[in-house]
Design a protein around this ligand. Structure first.
Ligand code: HEC
Length: 141
């Protein structure tokens, strides 16, 4: 009888563990948002919006193309995830992309004019949204 009980307890415990694992299947995509770990899929959605942020500013795609060498208003973002590491010595791609969104005039891409990129994203997007956008841009190799 005791043996039977022990086996019952074991089976119950095992099924709990299995249930927990099953439920966690999509956890990687859903809960990567804790803190400011960027989520590229969410970043892509934000990037593709025609307006963005608390003041409905013009969206990224209104000024940036993903086609190589196509200049809408700003530079094409084809390959920007790789290129970003080469712009400023000592700055990682992630740091550079983050800065470019929050303080667009800190460094200007050759051939472009300061003050043209929308300047208030740092105030109108939250830290999570900015991290998501950076995570997406990093995927554009
Ligand atoms: C009003 C037009 C405009 C909008 C809207 C805009 N940008 Fe820009 N962006 C520019 C221009 C012009 C430059 C080039 C000047 C510079 O380096 O700041 C630029 C530069 C950049 C750079 C520098 C790196 C590179 O090679 O392009 C990044 C990164 C960037 N933008 C990201 C974004 C993201 C993300 C959004 C949306 C949240 C966005 N931009 C919205 C015009 C815009």
């Amino acid at each position: 009888m005791r043996k039977f009980l022990m086996i019952l307890v074991l089976v119950l415990a095992l099924s709990l563990v299995l249930a927990a694992c099953g439920g966690g299947g999509d956890a990687s995509s859903e809960t990567a948002s804790v803190g400011v770990v960027g989520n590229p899929a969410r970043g892509q959605k934000l990037y593709e919006q025609t307006t963005i942020g608390t003041a409905s500013a013009p969206g990224c795609v209104t000024c940036h193309s993903l086609e190589p060498d196509v200049v809408l208003v700003g530079p094409s973002h084809a390959g920007v995830g790789t290129r970003a590491a080469t712009y400023v010595a000592g700055m990682s791609a992630e740091e550079y992309l983050h800065e470019s969104i929050v303080t667009p005039d800190a460094h200007i891409v050759d051939g472009f004019t300061p003050g043209v990129m929308y300047q208030n994203f740092g105030a109108e997007l939250n830290d999570q949204e900015i991290a998501d956008l950076v995570a997406y841009l990093l995927t554009l190799k």
